[in-house]
Ligand binder design. Structure first.
Ligand code: S3P
Length: 442
């Protein structure tokens, strides 16, 4: 059988200069659709990320009877039907590559009166779902998975959910959000303790929709019986997308970028803290608020990075940025050591193994460990690396081109469209010589 695959080719060297606004935040975009659909009234979203993952969320809610217009130039209008307005979907809900859609929907759908089935692509079908199905079952949900605890998830409707207290074994915003969504439909109070702070967009956005959420130290709780009232949401630019250019401008000689309107929610800024510890020149300019989230413009200039031991408490706050932080480490003087990041092994790919394999292919001294990596900075050669269909791996190795001595070819890059469909064009406009080619393979 023939299929299409996307290959990136990056010419070595160059720099990153200028101003850019990267696309909208993926986590906030997903939640805007979910909460807008559950709200009473019309929610208008601007700055929405038109990536495949968020489009999967839109399609899922449309399949459950919600009228959603757009996205057109980042604008989406959602005609919410209230907490009890969803209808049984006629078919399985296919969520592509999107872990956030699947885990959050698992919680929401456990509280509905109808049955539903959640499916995804090969990567999503390998990812662990027990972390949500275990606590949901403790609340009374009835969900069937494969023997390995993976999707498809068959969720049975009409389960009477009961609020529980759950001590999360992993620091996961997806698990926390899943349980808060189920908590909207559960009798009494649902509370979740997080072992370390994780992104709090769910809590902020529920509050923005007028639904009370309580936070006491590390415990977040919600009670059923309230309602969400439609509102307008201005989605900030995604710091996880900005991170590629933050590293790029740091490692490229003469790099100087201004990244505009970037979300700097303190549960997401680990990448800035880590890069600053490595000696990056990053200035946070004009901090302000947009749609209940802090935003700022971020100026990044070239600097000689130093290897560090990454503080473990920063790991959940930078969880999606490690692929590109490993590139920063490869360009740093000395050794960078990451521990406490075993979660990276169950992302869209095994990001520890896949990054270590790619870095070694490019001549970098990188040693994977069960929960992290040790990287010795040094020259980056050229070569051909595999992204394993992982968007962030593909973009990270593109950025490595800025310091490579020969071209880098990256296979299997189509999924860059899940989070950053304009990556190649934007990177080119800022000075990276990257080209995308669609190829047919059999
Ligand atoms: C997300 C939470 C994170 C992150 C993912 C998006 C979210 O996952 O890696 O890209 O929107 O809640 P975990 O909460 O599982 O760490």
């Amino acid at each position: 059988m023939q299929h299409h695959t996307v290959t990136f080719r990056v010419r070595p060297g160059g720099t990153l200069k200028g101003e850019a606004r990267v696309p909208g935040d993926k986590s906030v975009s997903h939640r805007s659709i979910m909460f807008g659909s559950l709200a009473e009234g019309t929610t208008r979203v601007s700055g929405f990320l038109e990536g495949e993952d968020c489009l999967s969320t839109i399609r899922a809610f449309q399949a459950m009877g919600v009228t959603i217009e757009g996205p057109v130039e980042g604008r989406v209008t959602i005609h919410g039907g209230g907490l009890h307005g969803l209808k049984a979907p006629a078919e399985e809900l296919y969520l592509g590559n999107s872990g956030t859609s699947m885990r959050l929907l698992a919680g929401l759908l456990s509280g509905q009166s109808f049955d539903s089935v959640l499916t995804g692509d090969a990567s999503l079908s390998r990812r662990p779902m027990k972390r949500v199905t275990d606590p949901l079952r403790a609340m009374g949900a009835r969900i069937d998975t494969t023997e390995r605890g993976t999707s498809p998830l068959h969720i049975h409707g009409d389960s009477r959910l009961k609020g529980i207290h759950y001590d999360m074994p992993v620091a996961s915003a997806q698990v926390k959000s899943c349980l808060l969504l189920a908590g909207l439909y559960a009798e009494g109070k649902t509370s979740v303790r997080e072992p370390a702070p994780t992104r709090d967009h769910t809590e902020r956005m529920l509050t923005g929709f007028g639904y009370p959420v309580e936070r006491k130290e590390d415990v977040i709780s919600i009670e059923s019986g309230g309602k969400l009232t439609a509102c307008n949401i201005d989605v900030p630019s995604d710091i996880s997308s900005a991170a590629f250019f933050m590293v790029g401008a740091s490692i490229a000689a003469g790099g100087d970028l201004l990244l505009k309107h970037v979300g700097i929610n303190p549960t997401r800024t680990g990448v800035i803290d880590i890069l600053k510890l490595m000696g990056a020149k990053i200035d946070i300019l004009n901090p302000r608020e947009a749609g209940g989230e802090p935003v700022a413009d971020i100026r990044v200039r070239s600097s000689q990075l130093q290897g560090i031991t990454i503080p473990e408490e920063l790991v959940p706050l930078a969880i999606d940025e490690f692929p590109v932080l490993f590139i920063a480490a490869a360009c740093a003087e000395g050794e960078t050591r990451l521990t406490g990041a075993e979660e990276l092994r169950v992302k869209e790919s095994d990001r520890i193994q896949v990054m270590a394999d790619g870095l070694r292919l490019l001549g970098v001294n990188a040693t994977p460990t069960p929960d992290g990596m040790v990287v010795h900075g040094g020259p980056i050669a050229g070569g051909t690396v595999e992204s394993h269909g992982d968007h962030r791996i593909a973009m990270a190795f593109s950025i490595a081109g800025l310091r490579a001595s020969k071209p880098i070819t990256i296979h299997d890059c189509a999924n860059v469209n899940t989070s950053f469909p304009t990556f190649v064009a934007l990177a080119q406009s800022l000075g990276l010589t990257v080209e995308s080619a669609e190829e047919t393979v059999s």
